[in-house]
Ligand binder design. Structure first.
Ligand SMILES: [Zn+2]
Length: 252
């Protein structure tokens, strides 16, 4: 059995949103204390809030690092899609990621929520107050768990902003990932975790259905992609599919 770092253990629990937020706050506070003399402000500043990258010919991505969870902006030309909205109070940080890609909330046509947990869908209302042109999507089976009224349900196979929506159940019943096959970029939400630079399954308690999650990992491992962006963990920008194949092969 793998040993997981505290950062990964702070990620979403299988029991849903509000408790997850509380647990995480505690963990972050502990981390800050452990960081000896550093003040809260200083340790926050040592981690860049936004990192960006390019995939394929025309796809730019931006990561909003919210501490223990990330939201993502995907941009083509002067248009954007957002994947996940982080915890409550994250809308301004996501707005700054848009700016770092040369865009604003007015350029956002799509918002995809990978799943219903509060650290991924927690700022949906606040984001949508600013992203007035956007359509919100989430997996059909997770809709009832998201506190937002007008969401388009996904079941897999839909095309959103040049991305294919993938049904990736296990962490939650309605978990969705999105992939741009041409650009070779997969945004996997909590279907996969990254601990350090390693692609991992994550602790069993993170999953509604562990067997289903393993099937999802095996299915994702059959896809071809170079860049992997996940809810919890650092981006992998090269050969991410090979790392996932290795994980899939290691599963019982
Ligand atoms: Zn989650």
């Amino acid at each position: 059995m793998a040993v997981f770092s505290p950062a990964l253990l702070a990620a979403c629990g299988s029991d849903g949103s509000t408790t997850t937020g509380a647990t995480t706050t505690t963990t972050l506070a502990e981390t800050t204390t452990t960081a000896s003399t550093a003040t809260t402000e200083a340790s926050d500043e040592s981690i860049p809030e936004t990192t960006t990258g390019v995939a394929g010919d025309d796809l730019r991505w931006g990561r909003t690092n919210l501490g223990f969870v990330s939201a993502y902006v995907l941009a083509r030309g002067n248009k954007a899609a957002i994947v996940d909205t982080g915890t409550e109070g994250s809308a301004d940080a996501i707005g700054r990621t848009l700016v770092s890609l040369g865009l604003t909330y007015n350029d956002v046509d799509h918002l995809v929520l990978t799943h219903r947990h509060g650290d991924h869908a927690g700022s949906t209302g606040a984001v949508m107050e600013q992203a007035v042109n956007a359509t919100v999507y989430a997996g059909e089976a997770d809709l009832s768990g998201i506190d937002y009224d007008t969401i388009t349900g996904l079941t897999g196979g839909e095309d959103i902003f040049g991305f294919e929506a993938l049904a990736t159940p296990g962490h939650t019943d309605g978990h969705m990932a999105v992939i741009d096959h041409a650009a070779g970029l997969l945004v996997a939400g909590d279907a996969i975790f990254i601990d350090g630079d390693e692609v991992v399954e994550g602790p069993e308690r993170f999953f509604t259905d562990v067997a289903q999650s393993r099937d999802t990992i095996r299915e994702l491992a059959q896809l071809s992609f170079n860049t992997l962006l996940v809810g919890h963990g650092e981006p992998i920008e090269n050969g991410a599919d090979a790392a996932l194949v290795a994980l899939a092969n290691s599963l019982a």
